[in-house]
Design a protein around this ligand. Sequence first.
Ligand code: ATP
Ligand code: MG
Length: 578
Amino acid sequence: MKKIEILKRLYKDYTKKYLNKIILSSIFSVIVAGSTSAIAWLLDPAIKKIFIEKDQSLLLLIPLLIILAFSAKGISLYIAKVLMIFVGEEVKKRLQFDMLRSLINADTQFIDRKHSGKFISNLTYDVQHITNLLSTAILNLVKDSLTLIGLLIVMFVQNWKLALISLIMIPLASFASRTLGKRMRKAATQAQEKSGFLTTYLVELFKNHKIAKIFQRENFEIDRANIHLVGLMEKNKKIGTLLVRMSPIMEVFTGIMIAILIYYSGKLIVNNEIEVNNFFSFLAAMMLAYQPVRSLSTLNMVINQGIAAASRILPIVDTVNKIKNIENAKELKITEGTINFKNIFFNYDSNEKSVLNNVNLEFQGGKMTALVGHSGSGKSTILNLIPRFYQASDGEINIDNQLINDVTLVSLRDKISLVSQETTLFDDTIKNNIKYAKENATDEEVFEVAKLSNAHDFIEKLPDGYETIIGENGLRLSGGEKQRISIARAMIKKSPIILLDEATSSLDSETETKIQEALSTLTKNKTTIVIAHRLSTVLNSNNIYLIDSGKVVDNGNHEDLLVSSKLYKNFYEKQMQR
Ligand SMILES: Nc1ncnc2c1ncn2[C@@H]1O[C@H](COP(=O)(O)OP(=O)(O)OP(=O)(O)O)[C@@H](O)[C@H]1O
Ligand SMILES: [Mg+2]
């Protein structure tokens, strides 16, 4: 997107709604500008009447007016800023919300491609810069240009020749700011990148805490942490330096200007073209103009930083999902619950070779079908295609003779439950984790499924029972306990189709039996597709598909396959857990 398009877009979607507040803030900015100019202008009568003409009648009025002008400036500045802080925070929340909504609805593939740390950095770092652009920058633009105009008027009124001379400063300052602005945009992009690396690193550090300990890589991690921090520090130093570099430039300009002015005023005063009072009022206006000129000259950088950030955020907000309802999509109607794969081809990345190669499968309604095969053969991938987490590149998938691409996603996913390979739970109570699959479930329903999944007993023993918070990813539970909770969660949905990616980790035989019992209750009379790693599961299955390198190589029941397939026999002997 071009700069101007980004600005238009930000205005339309994020700023326009707050136009009232912005206008109100601008009105107070007018008062700030007016009172600042009044302060400079008041020096003229003050010096003239009080000091030169020694007129006592104004001795009270002028100081009072000065207090009034300063108070008006202070209070208006406060109100103008507070209004824009509110606008900024509202815009920030709206941006973050839009981005999160987009990520929640995004295709799985979109999420796969980027590290979660990058998204976190977008959500914090980038959003803050856009907020600065839409609040601080707007406020300063209005307030400082109005103040500058007011002060210029005072300067011209006091002496137009001197005012013209001081105008040289404006193109000089804007030239400096443009050059610095370009470098700022570059540095800001690099800093964002570094900050993204840091959050990415942080996410992994916590996830792999134990791994780092057991392989004694603490020192390596400390070094890496240091490298990340140094990288970020260097970039921030650069940005900080660029931001303040305007000050010395401006100070020198101001010094030169004052010198020229004093010299020139000396000439003017001899010809009686200027009075001392005019000169001091003029000088005050010029000094007061220093702050707005400085602020306006850094504005370019704030705008550039904001635009660079927006160019990263807006594409996330605008992501168009590939997986969506077709026009006039129908509701999925389940009769038997039979699922068919016809000539399915699939790859995760269009450049890579196919993960599934012409796969044909039938999962009979109400029965259990097992998928077995070596690691990486494509079993989980087959499961992923049924709820349309990913889109097959070719071929058709039907449920009861309805193409899954033709039915609504809501009705499709409504009929499917999933117990995934690695159990993922939320940092919430056990009850809420189970209810996640059915928002309006009653407590009785929760207890019932917990009992059926053999989870009730251990839950009851926990200090807060069903109200126990289980920590990030269920950290405070054992592997088997987590699995049973995820089975209870799948059960409460009462869906006709169940996808089960059996965990490869082995459990003690008692827990194993409990989980098997739980699973057989869950899958009774439902179309169940299970990726089997255990003998008991394949023995319970109606039909077994043997998958190898993305192809179906054989199918049948356990006994048949032991005879007909060498691959299966081999697989069974080496990999199946009892
Ligand atoms: N999100 C992904 N992006 C890119 N490639 C992937 C992704 N998930 C899996 N793959 C690749 O697809 C192939 C099949 O993976 P899949 O997860 O289906 O294997 P699997 O049969 O379930 O293995 P396992 O028994 O180890 O779970 C593998 O080569 C894997 O590298
Ligand atoms: Mg798998």
